[in-house]
Write a protein that binds this ligand. Structure first.
Ligand code: PLP
Length: 258
């Protein structure tokens, strides 16, 4: 007898260390009860310490992959990570214009934690101007929020990003120095919803990808946005509690435990 799971289309980059990017997404989405449909946007040269290079996949190949999936597979949510270049974003935006409305989680990846660039200016500007207006949720970390919202002040940056027309912003606090991690959910016309989590300390390679992917799986299962965020935060915390030593750089959240 065959079974079905909610399905999440994921468009993200390949990190060969297996810490971040599409491997993080595939593992998190699977662990959270959904089936990932993975489309690779870029190949990176990367270890657990940093990104040393990146090359986008041909945008027309991605267009064909998206069309093939659309013709064949039910899709219940979409999650994006690093997108390679502006041409890939444009293909994605064109694809979304042709799809029924689905939950779209955009993790606006710009840089690796080690500082290596994953988006040039044309990519992040195209993402901000064309993809954000279609997103139900953006999940920027502190540095991404400030750069994309063009302000050092989080509230100011959130206000600027809300003007893109996105549905909600989860501003994550993992990159600050505070004793507790505070994640804030901003939605137009609603009070800010804040979660506080104990900070384990240190940086974990791919924790942002893991969180956004786990949220997308919750949305694919039909959970509310706060419900999906809550469950995803628990999943990230448990993955970090059991983090793996993979290389000499940052530990990797263990998303693959049985
Ligand atoms: N996507 C790719 C392909 C990456 O290489 C990285 C970071 O190195 C990320 C996304 C973002 O990772 P994080 O979840 O640590 O923010």
């Amino acid at each position: 007898m065959l079974h079905e799971r909610p399905q999440v289309l994921v468009i993200a980059g390949l990190d060969p260390s297996g810490g971040a990017g599409i491997q993080a997404d595939i593992q998190a989405i699977t662990a959270m009860g959904a089936h990932p449909l993975p489309v690779i946007s870029c190949l990176t040269v990367q270890d657990t310490a940093n990104v040393h290079g990146s090359e986008a996949v041909n945008a027309d190949l991605i267009r064909r992959q998206l069309q093939a999936l659309k013709a064949d597979c039910p899709i219940h949510a979409i999650k994006t990570g690093a997108l390679g270049n502006a041409a890939v974003v444009e293909v994605l935006v064109e694809f979304l214009a042709d799809m029924p409305k689905l939950p779209l989680v955009v993790d606006p990846v710009i840089k690796a934690a080690g500082g290596g660039e994953l988006a040039d200016e044309s990519l992040w500007v195209t993402m901000r101007d064309q993809l954000f207006p279609l997103a139900d949720l953006l999940t920027p970390n502190g540095p991404e929020l400030c750069q994309l919202g063009d302000s050092d002040n989080a509230e100011g940056a959130v206000a600027r990003l809300m003007q893109t027309g996105c549905g909600a912003i989860l501003a994550t606090g993992g990159h600050s120095e505070e004793a507790m991690i505070s994640n804030h959910l901003y939605r137009p016309g609603q009070p800010v919803h804040t979660w506080q989590l104990p900070r384990v300390g240190g940086e974990y390679h791919g924790s942002g990808c893991t969180l956004a992917a786990a949220i997308s799986a919750g949305l694919a299962r039909g959970e509310s946005l706060p419900g999906a965020i809550e469950a995803a935060q628990h999943f990230v915390a448990a993955s970090i509690d059991h983090a793996l030593r993979v290389g000499r750089g940052q530990p990797v959240p263990d998303r693959g435990r049985q």
